[in-house]
Write a protein that binds this ligand. Structure first.
Ligand code: SF4
Ligand code: SF4
Length: 324
């Protein structure tokens, strides 16, 4: 029997990460504004880890890593964070999306509020859902093609070393602090649509999630249904935030599964649903799954720090020159 504490535990972990990310963002804001105001901040004051918001820098860093055998020191944390998320996905489905990602946390909060308000979420027809899911894969294909095929390695390395890339984190901060009309309208619409529709950004637009989903296809852990124990109540299919028809499957292979355990946590028949390894004999206990997500993701950061691939090597003089 899956502990009824599984969902509260997942949500608590999500919110801890969200609070941590907001704190990290605020520290970075203080660093940048302090520097622009003419202060002389120490490079140590720059919170490393904000690179988690630079997925394109991470892809460029991985391409460079393949070519040189070492991680470029300008934004190494971006590579470490992406690699950690990919390893989590490879082993434990897209659980990064439902246990860690702050965007997923906010979207989940909004669609649950929408459900409380309207007593239902809008479910688009299957054919439209399939079409709407394609932009994230197209965006991912574009980035992969451009970064790994089209750009010569010299160009990749030139971009990584460029002034533009050096302060890409500060540029992103400026972008969000001074939103122009079009992005502001886009974000507001996305937030608005997140009330009636479950996870619109994650399901339809996020190329990061699309990449994790492709890695998750190879994950040994998969939601598995026991036909003999199942009482065909349909709760699992109704509660799935990405509308996987769990009741019609014996094993969920979909790249859309975000490993949230909602279906398993709310299953009405004991032993009917579990997260199982290939062979369908060994079920992963919820607490072990949760611990593995945390240990693997946080372990990536620890390995990055211990191997000297965490702290950015951008000199403080460059920050002073470029930000002023
Ligand atoms: S199949 Fe289950 S674990 Fe996967 S996304 Fe749906 S509810 Fe979550
Ligand atoms: S919630 Fe459990 S019992 Fe109900 S349909 Fe899904 S697997 Fe079967």
């Amino acid at each position: 029997m899956v502990s009824r504490f599984m969902q509260p535990m997942r949500i608590a972990i999500q919110w801890c990460y969200l609070v941590f990310i907001v704190y990290l963002g605020f520290r970075f804001y203080q660093f940048v504004t302090g520097l622009r105001a003419g202060g002389v901040p120490l490079l140590d004051e720059r919170p490393n880890g904000v690179e988690g918001f630079l997925p394109i820098a991470a892809l460029l860093g991985i391409r460079d890593w393949f070519a040189t055998g070492s991680i470029n020191p300008l934004h190494p944390a971006s590579v470490v964070i992406l690699l950690s998320a990919l390893i989590v996905s490879l082993l434990l489905r897209r659980s990064f999306c439902s246990w860690i990602c702050p965007v997923g946390t906010v979207e989940e909060l909004l669609w649950k509020r929408g459900f409380s308000l309207f007593k239902r979420n809008i479910r688009v027809p299957q054919w439209l859902d399939s079409i709407l899911r394609s932009p994230k894969y197209l965006l991912l294909a574009f980035f992969i093609y451009f970064i790994f095929i089209k750009m010569p390695i010299e160009q990749v390395q030139g971009f990584i070393a460029s002034d533009y890339n050096k302060i890409a984190d500060a540029r992103l901060l400026d972008f969000f602090m001074n939103l122009s009309a079009l992005p502001l309208i886009f974000i507001l619409l996305l937030l608005l649509f997140s009330f009636p529709i479950r996870n619109p950004f994650c399901r339809f637009l996020c190329p990061y999630g699309a990449l994790l989903g492709l890695f998750a296809l190879f994950s040994p852990a998969k939601v598995t249904r026991d036909n003999n124990a199942c009482v065909a109540c349909g709760v699992c299919s109704q509660l799935c935030p990405v509308y996987i028809p769990v009741m019609a499957k014996t094993r969920v292979h979909s790249p859309e599964c975000i490993g949230c355990w909602r279906c398993i946590s709310h299953c009405r028949a004991e032993g009917a649903l579990s997260m199982k390894l290939p062979g369908r004999k060994i079920a992963i206990p919820g607490i072990i799954f949760a611990l593995l997500v945390l240990v693997i993701f946080c372990g990536g950061t620890v390995v990055g720090k211990m191997s000297g691939n965490w702290k950015s090597a951008i000199p403080i003089e460059d920050y002073v020159r470029l930000l002023k």
